[in-house]
Design a binder for this molecule. Structure first.
Ligand SMILES: [Zn+2]
Length: 312
């Protein structure tokens, strides 16, 4: 379905974004379509029954789709961003997607458990919950769109490539379908962290009635973003952070674990003491029995002796 009516267009001359509500009505709007480069007409009189919009001149054969339109506007808005807030990553996400297949990492976690002499009950890695600290704002050093990225075999064209101070980040907005397996495979080969952005929810909520600010506010939300891929170096950074958080937590809770260990060893000591007391009781009982028999022997010998004195 072509989408030849929309609410934000380009101003002739400056190429700035123009809002339908802020331009003169009709042909005087002085705006054009980014896709077919054709002139647009602003339909924004108060008496309009339909929502305000830009439309193409009669007879235009522009084949722009709404998906392409929303992609384009998202890119234009990203070009204006100075910062990006990345969605949180939990330890569990990383563990399930990547780390449980990496035995050196599992080994390091187990070594830390051993260092703290952690009882078996506390060694179930997946039970640990940590929000890793990526949800900070990252400064955008450079935003490029439509740039092709090459690896040895192939090339891909990401929608948006951001250079952050610590890493590169691809942003893939989608309306109908998330990234396809082929493109994701190439991203993994090129090894750049990638976020997807769900524009479908925005489309459903706003139809054609929205402003640049509405889409900007939507793009700032965490809820529209999802991690598609994390680069190896980013994962290493996150693993370091996880290990330091884990060590901090073990340190904080080591007294609790120590109490538990002390309790265990006390039970063992008490058991040994009980056994040794039991043994002592048995020895004493044997001694008493033997003394009793000695006593009774002596008593009978004494009686015999007395008797012999009298009968002598
Ligand atoms: Zn057009």
């Amino acid at each position: 379905m072509p989408c030849t009516e929309y609410p934000v267009a380009l101003k002739k001359g400056t190429n700035d974004l123009a809002e339908i509500k802020e331009v003169p009505n009709g042909k005087a709007c002085n705006c054009y379509c980014f896709y077919c480069k054709g002139d647009l007409i602003a339909v924004n009189r108060e008496e309009n029954v339909v929502a305000d919009h830009f439309k193409h001149y009669p007879g235009s054969n522009c084949s722009l789709s709404f998906e392409t339109y929303l992609h384009w506007l998202t890119k234009k808005i990203f070009e204006k961003f100075d910062f990006i807030k990345l969605p949180a990553i939990t330890f569990k996400d990383l563990y399930v997607k990547y780390w449980c297949f990496e035995s050196p990492k599992i080994k390091k976690i187990r070594e830390l458990f051993s260092k703290y002499n952690l009882p078996e009950e506390f060694r179930d890695i997946i039970q640990y919950e940590f929000d890793l600290n990526v949800s900070n704002q990252f400064k955008i050093e450079l935003c490029t769109t439509e740039k092709r990225l090459k690896n040895e075999k192939d090339q891909i064209q990401p929608d948006i490539l951001l250079k952050l101070n610590s890493m590169d980040l691809l942003v893939e907005p989608y309306v109908t379908s998330k990234i396809n397996a082929r493109k994701l495979g190439k991203i993994k080969e090129i090894d750049i962290s990638t976020l997807s952005i769900d524009l479908n929810t925005f489309r459903k909520e706003n139809k054609l009635e929205f402003t640049e600010e509405d889409l900007t506010n939507y793009l700032l939300l965490d809820s529209c973003k999802e991690w598609l891929y994390l680069s190896k170096s980013f994962r290493e950074e996150l693993f370091k952070e996880f290990m330091s958080l884990l060590e901090k937590r073990l340190n904080e809770r080591i007294s609790m674990v120590q109490d538990y260990a002390n309790h265990e060893s006390q039970i063992e000591i008490n058991g040994k003491e009980m056994k040794s007391t039991q043994d002592t009781i048995e020895q004493l009982e044997r001694k008493i029995r033997s003394l009793e028999s000695v006593n009774s022997d002596l008593a009978s010998k004494r009686r015999l002796c007395i008797r012999s004195i009298y009968s002598y």
